[in-house]
Write a protein that binds this ligand. Structure first.
Ligand code: NAD
Length: 481
């Protein structure tokens, strides 16, 4: 078995390679999968309550390693405050699933249900998939490495996580935290590697949970189909926001800005298209541009400002290309517009665009940057049609004077999660089950109860308490055929 060569990792604030990873090869993944499979039956044999004790211990271990995790995530992503939020939220997530899993599992199991046949009763057992593979992206490295892994552990699965090669620094401190909880360390592993490592992982697991781009998601879905395993695909979006005439333009502008540029727009649930009613378009745009211009980069001090560098320099190139294409085709830039290189990092100030058309890449493709294209509409029907255009259907937002008015429009949108009088709430609220519509994904909801229950197969125990019928009972004579 020979180790793969190491791979350099670029620091998003300096543009230099200051870290490296050693991607696992296929043999190493196979050996790891065998080790976890050997430990999984004992894990699955524990009661849900016993597993919850271990999950709580993992949450506490994360808290003990909080400083190292935050430091690593800050180096991975170039932003500090959201790194803190990630660590604290994931520590809480271990506790949240520990609290809810036993009840959910008990409620989903059926014992002794009478069937239509008087002598037959059934029970349904939940049998976890043995080994889950997780492949995660770089935009929220810790959150997306663990968001599916935690409920899968609660279900009794073993888990191998392959985070993005762009943001791998948090893997070592996370493994150090996991190592302090030996029962968890036996069934939870993180591996370093790139796309090839991810592709190899699919062949060794029983379920693959992928978060990333549509292009890679399609490859993962195809590979999972060949391996004959289920794939949960959480992919990209081009989320629209509709601002109705009854909305307060200033409040709507606050939300439009925050939900578009938070995390430098590098969030699947970022708003990427704004449709505003003509009646309030003037004050809305004026407020949005003023607020966009007031946002500060977190450069040179990582602890100040709102906008971090692009985590992945290639993303800055994609965003600049989309902006250049839009301007060439007639768009007007009202704020921002040009990627700046500062200290080796790539930054873009919140960029507001008008005069945009559907033939521009910035209106059709995922941007994944702090870019806010604004289109004015004349009727609600027109706004709904514009919002529903395109191949994605991840999430959306509607802002109006009342909840009822916003909700009535929201129900007409082709998206799995709709924020009412707010934006990007799907990144904050984890209780609401939602499907990804269109090319934004496939598979059961990762949010809400199904976030856990999707990791079980169902086994029916069908009990005969009477006399099992002999073949003669089905004879032509007996059945009068
Ligand atoms: P990506 O698709 O480039 O990479 C994601 C992961 O897939 C990485 O770990 C990568 O190493 C791995 N990978 C690459 N090729 C592979 C292959 N052939 N087989 C298996 N694995 C492979 O995505 P990214 O650029 O890291 O992340 C950004 C994307 O993620 C955006 O499109 C964003 O919308 C999406 N995203 C979606 C959600 C969601 O919940 N829907 C959340 C966050 C991010």
């Amino acid at each position: 078995m020979s180790a793969a060569p190491t791979m350099p990792v670029i620091n998003p604030r300096t543009g230099t390679a200051d870290y490296s990873i050693a991607p696992l090869n296929g043999d190493q993944i196979e050996a790891l999968a065998a080790k976890l499979r050997a430990a999984q039956p004992a894990w699955a044999a524990k009661t849900p309550e016993e597993r919850s004790v271990v999950l709580r211990a993992l949450g506490d271990a994360l808290e003990r390693h909080r400083a190292a995790l935050i430091a690593a995530l800050t180096d991975d992503t170039g932003r500090a405050a959201i790194s803190k939020i990630e660590v604290d939220a994931m520590a809480k997530t271990f506790h949240r699933w520990a609290d809810s899993a036993p009840g959910l599992i008990a409620a989903a199991q059926v014992t002794d249900r009478q069937t239509a046949i008087p002598t037959i009763t059934t029970s349904t057992r939940l049998v976890p998939y043995q080994l889950l593979g997780v492949i995660s992206p770089w935009n929220f490295p810790l959150t997306l490495a663990l968001i599916d892994a935690i409920p899968a552990l609660a279900a009794g699965c073993a888990v191998i996580v392959k985070p993005s090669e762009v943001t791998p620094r948090f893997i070592k401190p996370l493994m150090a935290a996991i190592a302090e909880v030996p029962e968890a360390a036996a069934v939870l592993a993180l591996i370093e590697g790139d796309g090839a490592t991810g592709a190899a992982l699919i062949g060794h697991v029983d379920f693959i949970a992928f978060t990333g781009s549509v292009a890679t998601g399609r490859k993962v879905g195809e590979a999972a189909a060949r391996a004959f395993i289920p794939a949960s695909l959480e992919l990209g979006g081009k989320d629209p926001m509709i601002v109705l005439a009854s909305a307060d333009p200033d409040k709507a502008a606050d939300t439009a800005l925050r939900a578009s540029v938070l995390n430098t727009g590098q969030a699947c649930q970022s708003l990427e298209r704004i449709y505003v009613a003509r009646d309030i378009a003037g004050p809305f745009l004026e407020a949005l541009v003023a607020k966009a211009k007031a946002a500060r980069l977190n450069y040179p001090d990582v602890h100040q400002g709102e906008i971090g560098p692009f985590i992945f320099a290639r993303q800055a190139e994609i965003v600049q290309r989309q902006l250049d294409d839009a301007v060439t085709k007639g768009a007007t830039i009202l704020a921002g517009g040009t990627v700046e290189t500062l200290g080796g990092g790539k930054y873009l100030r919140p960029t507001v665009l008008t005069n945009v058309t559907d033939d521009m890449a910035v209106m059709a493709e995922e941007t994944f940057g702090p870019v806010i294209p604004v289109t004015v509409f004349d009727s609600v029907d027109e706004a709904v049609a514009l919002a529903n255009s395109g191949v994605f259907g991840l999430s959306a937002s509607v802002f109006a004077g009342t909840t009822a008015e916003a909700e009535a429009v929201g129900m007409r949108l082709n998206a799995g999660g709709v924020s009412i009088n707010d934006g990007s709430l799907t990144g904050l609220v984890w209780e609401a089950e939602k499907s990804s519509f269109g090319q934004s994904g496939l598979g059961p909801s990762r949010m809400g109860d199904s976030g856990l229950l999707r990791f079980f197969r169902k086994q029916a125990l069908i009990r005969q308490s009477g006399t099992a019928l002999p073949l003669a009972a089905y004879s032509e004579e007996a059945l009068g055929g």
